[in-house]
Design a protein around this ligand. Structure first.
Ligand code: HEC
Ligand code: HEC
Ligand code: HEC
Ligand code: HEC
Ligand code: HEC
Length: 187
């Protein structure tokens, strides 16, 4: 039986079948990767590129990166500060603003942004020590000034954290122990 199978695989029909199987497996994998890198549907099509290009600081919209436990995503009132003064906001040709943003304002409802950059609950991460150590947003989030709609970020996994911690503490054994200790990131 096994022998017959090998003979069949090595024959012309078998080769075609193997090729088709390999191709479909490949495209399934490619599709899976493509899917996980797609940006999620956001309640409003907000683009970083445009807004950061206007000169708005990251911390204006994500002040918690410096002050709080997490950067936070901006509420509708933060958007409204600028947009209520703009004609475009009420122009029906721009439904992302005239229907969606105005809708959240009228209903006094926070915009339910879908978080993209996240670590699991059992990981302890806060921005403060990282910003205090002089890291910039783009060290970890890439160049957000070019992002149209935030995509799934580079994997924020344990290897990524540890690599940088080892690099940063290379010349300081005490710090190295601290920054690679399980209890620093896990309780
Ligand atoms: C005008 C407000 C505004 C400014 C300025 C801004 N952001 Fe954002 N940011 C948002 C909004 C709204 C979201 C949620 C929607 C999304 O993911 O695109 C977001 C999402 C993010 C996310 C993804 C987080 C997540 O889990 O959803 C990162 C990372 C981020 N911003 C970093 C930055 C950096 C770095 C800068 C400066 C270069 C910056 N932002 C400037 C409004 C802003
Ligand atoms: C500092 C002022 C400012 C803030 C804060 C701000 N915006 Fe904007 N936004 C602008 C300007 C300026 C434009 C460009 C308008 C133009 O093209 O004439 C714009 C454009 C947009 C557009 C694109 C409209 C289009 O289709 O051309 C959307 C959508 C938008 N903003 C959503 C938001 C959301 C959501 C927030 C809050 C997270 C926000 N903005 C915060 C100033 C701001
Ligand atoms: C050392 C790496 C690192 C640096 C530097 C960094 N971040 Fe983050 N950021 C992360 C990680 C990891 C998460 C996921 C945290 C979580 O799940 O709680 C995150 C989450 C976020 C989020 C998601 C929203 C939220 O409140 O969880 C925003 C927005 C964000 N960062 C903005 C910024 C901004 C703005 C800066 C620069 C002032 C910055 N980050 C600097 C690693 C970093
Ligand atoms: C790009 C480099 C970089 C990355 C990536 C990074 N860190 Fe850090 N981390 C640092 C630096 C630098 C410090 C500050 C060290 C010091 O005290 O001088 C720090 C400090 C910390 C601290 C505080 C340690 C203390 O002194 O109590 C924690 C907790 C932490 N990081 C967790 C994480 C986790 C979790 C991740 C991954 C999700 C991560 N870090 C990713 C560079 C990084
Ligand atoms: C610098 C921060 C950091 C340190 C130090 C750290 N971890 Fe993690 N760990 C993470 C992050 C972030 C995740 C979640 C992302 C992932 O699955 O890689 C994680 C995930 C895990 C998981 C779950 C893996 C999984 O596949 O779900 C285990 C188990 C774990 N860590 C054990 C440890 C042990 C044991 C140590 C000490 C030798 C340690 N960690 C040190 C950041 C850290």
């Amino acid at each position: 039986m096994i022998r017959n199978f090998f003979e069949w695989v090595m024959g012309p029909m078998g080769r075609i079948a193997v090729l088709i199987t390999a191709l479909s497996l490949f495209s399934l994998t490619a599709f899976g990767i493509y899917q996980t890198q797609q940006p999620p549907d956001q309640p409003i099509e907000f683009t970083h590129k445009l807004h950061v290009g206007l000169g708005i600081q990251c911390l204006y919209c994500h002040p918690g990166a410096l002050r709080g436990p997490s950067p936070g995503l901006p509420t509708q009132t933060k958007c409204w500060g600028c947009h209520q003064q703009m004609e475009k906001t009420f122009d029906p040709n721009f439904p992302e603003l005239s229907e969606k943003l105005v809708g959240y304002i009228e209903r006094n409802e926070p915009i339910p942004w879908v978080p993209v950059a996240q670590v699991p609950d059992f990981v302890h991460f806060t921005h403060r020590p990282h910003i205090a150590a002089g890291l910039n947003c783009e060290n970890c989030h890439g160049d957000m000034t070019q992002v149209e709609i935030a995509e799934n970020p580079q994997v924020l996994n344990m290897g990524w954290c540890l690599n940088c911690h080892r690099e940063r503490a290379a010349n300081d054994p005490e710090k190295l122990v601290k920054l690679t200790d399980c209890g620093t990131c896990h309780y």
